[in-house]
Design a protein around this ligand. Structure first.
Ligand SMILES: C[S@@+](CC[C@H](N)C(=O)[O-])C[C@H]1O[C@@H](n2cnc3c(N)ncnc32)[C@H](O)[C@@H]1O
Length: 266
C-alpha cells in the first residue's frame, strides 16, 4: 500500500494506470504549435510517457522535464536519456520556485497545476521561464473536478472513526475556475489568454481497475494521511461501494481546466 511520502508517487504504478492522463495529454500536445526545433519545458513530467511524445514532435529540439517527485524523475531519466540523449534534461524541482538557466520557447503541462496550492506564484514562475513570445499550454483539474468523489470521501469519513483524519479535509487539490485562472495569468503578465473548464468523465470497467487507479492516483494523499492499512482499506471499500451505486457507476467525475496563454513579445 502507500508508504511513500506525500510528495512522492509510485512512478511505475502510475505509468501503468495513467491511461486517462495520457489521453488528455495528447489533446494538450495537439494544442501546442511547434516547428520542431524549440526547447520546451514539460512542467510536471510524471513518469515521462508524454515527455517522450513531446520529444517526438521536436526532432531538432529539446525538452526540459521537471517534476517534484524523485521517483517520477528517476523513471523519466531511465526511460528517456538512452533514447533521446542530450535532447532531454530531467530536473527534480518544485515548479513554484523553478529557476531555469535559460528561458524556454514553450511550456507544456498536463494534469499537474491542480496539485499546486498557489497558482499566482506558479504562473509567475512559468512566465519567467518563457522567452518573450513563448506559449504556455496546459490542462489540469478545475471547476467542479471530482465533486461526486469528494462527497463520497466526506460521507465515508464521517461515518468511520478510523477515517477521522480526513474529516473536514477536501483533499490536496486546487481546482480553480476558468475566470479566476484567466485573471491570475493576466496579473503576472500573460496575454492571449484562453481558459475553459470541460467535463472529462472516466468510467472503469470493474472495481479492481478503479481500486488500483484510486490507490495510486486519486486517493494517494488521503491514503498517505491515514497511514495504517485497515484505515486505507476502509476508505477504498467505502468510496468504491458508493461509486458502484452512482449513475453512471464506477465513474470518476473529472472536469479539466484548459489553459492557453502567451508571454508578450519583447
Ligand atoms: C497526475 S501526475 C501527471 C504527470 C504527467 N504530466 C502526466 O500527464 O502523466 C502529476 C505530477 O505532478 C507533479 N507535481 C505536483 N506538484 C508539483 C510541483 N509543485 N512541482 C513539480 N511537480 C509537481 C507530481 O509529482 C506528479 O508527477
Amino acid at each position: 500500500m502507500n508508504s511513500i511520502s506525500d510528495r512522492e508517487w509510485d512512478a511505475a504504478a502510475y505509468d501503468v494506470l495513467a491511461d486517462p492522463q495520457r489521453t488528455w495529454g495528447r489533446a494538450v500536445l495537439d494544442r501546442l504549435p511547434l516547428r520542431g526545433d524549440e526547447t520546451v519545458l514539460d512542467a510536471g513530467c510524471g513518469a515521462g510517457g508524454l515527455t517522450a511524445e513531446l520529444l517526438e514532435r521536436l526532432p531538432r529540439g529539446r525538452v526540459i522535464a521537471v517534476d517534484a517527485s524523485r521517483q517520477m524523475t528517476a523513471l523519466t531519466r531511465e526511460r528517456l536519456e538512452p533514447r533521446f540523449g542530450p535532447r532531454i534534461r530531467v530536473l527534480t524541482a518544485d515548479l513554484s520556485s523553478l529557476e531555469l538557466d535559460s528561458a524556454v520557447d514553450a511550456i507544456f503541462s498536463n494534469a499537474v497545476f491542480h496539485h499546486v496550492a498557489d497558482h499566482r506564484t506558479l504562473f509567475g514562475c512559468m512566465y519567467r521561464a518563457l522567452v518573450p513570445g513563448g506559449r504556455l499550454i496546459a490542462q489540469c483539474g478545475g471547476g467542479p473536478n471530482l465533486v461526486t468523489v469528494r462527497a463520497h470521501i466526506a460521507a465515508v469519513a464521517a461515518n468511520d472513526p478510523l477515517l477521522a483524519p480526513l474529516v473536514g479535509w477536501d483533499g490536496p487539490w486546487n481546482n480553480a475556475d476558468a475566470d479566476t485562472t484567466a485573471a491570475r495569468l493576466r496579473s503576472v503578465g500573460f496575454c492571449d489568454i484562453e481558459t475553459s473548464v470541460t467535463p472529462a468523465p472516466v468510467p472503469f470497467a470493474d472495481t479492481a481497475h478503479l481500486r488500483a487507479h484510486l490507490t495510486t492516483i486519486i486517493l494517494r494523499s488521503h491514503l498517505h494521511l491515514l497511514g495504517p492499512e485497515p484505515a486505507q482499506q476502509h476508505l477504498l471499500d467505502g468510496v468504491i461501494a458508493r461509486m458502484a451505486a452512482d449513475q453512471p457507476p464506477l465513474t470518476l467525475d473529472h472536469w479539466r481546466l484548459n489553459i492557453s496563454a502567451r508571454r508578450p513579445a519583447a
